[in-house]
Design a protein around this ligand. Structure first.
Ligand code: ATP
Ligand code: MG
Length: 476
């Protein structure tokens, strides 16, 4: 157990960390903070939700000169929402140190960002495209940057982003510290990253499994056309506080969020074709609990830290084991528990095994819940609500009617009727979800050039991602 007070931090940062309620440093923080403060290049790999943001944020802020109003540190993140979130966490850590942090990302007013850049933030957090845009406009100069951090580094070094990252790094002095962080770091990608670093140290928090032990992992073998009914019933049985449903494509996300709404759930979708304002408002409603189910493409898979997410459902099994790790990592964060359920069509079982081999964790098979079980789950929820209402009291105005009813009917009958009215019965309203083709069978999968575990690993991996990104997933 390492205390923050043992890490040689300045009082202003200790104060901030205390205010944030951090009692002790997480393992990745304990390992990286001292080395990073020495200026070493690092690759930090640790499970989802274990505090990597503060692991790179704290030493970065320590190294900033608050009197110098030039950009001294830059953090690059793959999605706009993540750039915003990282800047907010850093803002909280930096506030007493008088270090200014600014987020720049696409889909939001560039003039406003330019004005904010002129005010002299020392740390800029941004998405690759927008950072590059500002560099080209000369509204962002990185000539004084001493620290570069790539959050979700493996994602950032994938084909879709690497050119932008290279161009950005060309404008940063050679004499700099470079840090890469992620929960996953496939070997070929790590080698690409090392090209930008000086004898980097790999800091891997030793864990037997790549996923968090606090996440219970299940899979359900289910044919494509039955998936939606199974999802509805699962939501009824498990009645999650907040759930994220991941779908493979934008169309799928739209269809799923509409269909869930039709069946009486409060659901909204998030993907890259929505305006940035809409993306942010959906996310805000989800964080506030006004939306119970967030349906998302992989745009929401990486880095997002939303407290209270109890369940993650993979409506489609992800194509990459890494994507699986990040998706389910939206639950079970900062020591909390979570449940992840992955739907696998019978032909995709090979993918499931690949995922399990990578994460070194087996998923438990789960039987699709029946209609009766779904109803039971919902009745349980009604009972909880009733118990709460009884405890709250304040029922005087209903008592006379209750007495009338019980005088007229058998009491059990009355209560059963009331339960029936309150309970959301499992809904069978027909909905349309366009069927997706299953992923190619495992053999095709390898022959088709995705064998990045094989000897042609790196190039095929990159090739694959490139096609995927071209099809509109670049900024998912
Ligand atoms: N030392 C700590 N003690 C308690 N909570 C912490 C500590 N450090 C970070 N946290 C909190 O834990 C949560 C997860 O942190 P963070 O988002 O940095 O995880 P991560 O490792 O980057 O995960 P991911 O791989 O999903 O990006 C955040 O809410 C953060 O504020
Ligand atoms: Mg993170």
């Amino acid at each position: 157990m390492t205390k923050f007070s043992d890490l040689n931090l300045s009082p202003s940062i200790l104060k901030a960390v205390n205010r944030m309620g951090f009692e002790e440093a997480t393992p990745i923080q304990a390992k990286t903070i001292p080395l990073s403060m020495q200026g070493k290049d690092l690759i930090g790999q640790a499970q989802t939700g274990t505090g990597k943001t503060a692991a790179f944020g704290i030493p970065l802020i320590e190294k900033i000169d608050p009197r110098d109003h030039t950009v001294q540190g830059i953090i690059i993140a793959p999605t706009r929402e993540l750039a915003i979130q990282v800047s907010e966490e850093l803002y909280k850590i930096a506030i007493d140190s008088r270090v200014r942090v600014l987020a720049v990302y696409g889909g939001s007013d560039i003039q406003r960002q330019i004005r904010a850049l002129k005010k002299g933030p020392q740390i800029v957090v941004g998405t690759p495209g927008r950072v590059l845009d500002h560099i080209k406009r000369r509204t962002l100069k990185l000539g004084k940057v001493h620290t570069v951090i790539l959050d979700e580094a493996d994602e950032m070094l994938n084909m879709g982003f690497i050119d932008d990252i290279e161009s950005i790094l060309e404008t940063v002095p050679e004499e700099r510290q470079t840090l890469l962080f992620s929960a996953t770091m496939p070997e070929p990608i790590r080698r690409i990253g090392e090209r930008f670093m000086k004898s980097p140290e790999l800091i891997k928090v030793q864990a037997r499994e790549m996923t968090v032990p606090l996440i219970e992992q299940y899979f359900i073998k289910v044919p494509e056309r039955e998936k939606f009914d199974v999802l509805s019933r699962l939501l009824d049985v498990q009645s999650p506080e907040l759930a994220i449903v991941f779908g493979r494509t934008k169309r799928r996300v739209d269809e799923l969020s509409n269909a869930l709404t039709v069946r009486g759930y409060t659901a909204e979708g998030i993907h890259g074709d929505l305006s940035q304002a809409k993306r942010l408002s959906v996310l805000r409603k989800f964080k506030e609990g006004k939306v119970d189910v967030l349906v998302a493409t992989d745009v929401a898979a990486r880095g997002l830290d939303i407290s209270g997410v109890t369940h993650v459902y993979n409506y489609d099994i992800p194509q990459d084991p890494e994507s699986y790790v990040h998706r389910i990592g939206r639950t079970g964060r900062a020591g909390k528990e979570g449940i992840a359920v992955t739907f696998v069509s019978p032909r995709e079982m090979g993918y499931l095994r690949i995922v399990e081999q990578t994460t070194k964790k087996r998923m438990n098979p789960m039987r699709p819940p029946t209609w009766d079980e779904a109803l039971e789950g919902q009745q349980r929820l009604t009972m909880e609500k009733l118990n709460e209402t009884i405890e709250e009291g304040n029922l005087d105005e209903y008592r006379a009617t209750a007495v009338d009813l019980v005088n007229e009917h058998n009491a059990v009958e009355v209560i059963a009727a009331a339960l029936k009215i309150i309970t959301k019965e499992p809904d069978k309203t027909p909905v349309h979800i366009t069927e997706e083709k299953p992923l190619p069978s495992k053999r095709d999968h390898f022959q088709g050039g995705r064998g990045r575990r094989g000897k042609h690993g790196q190039s095929s991996y990159k090739g694959h991602r490139k096609t995927q990104r071209r099809s509109g997933n670049r900024r998912p």
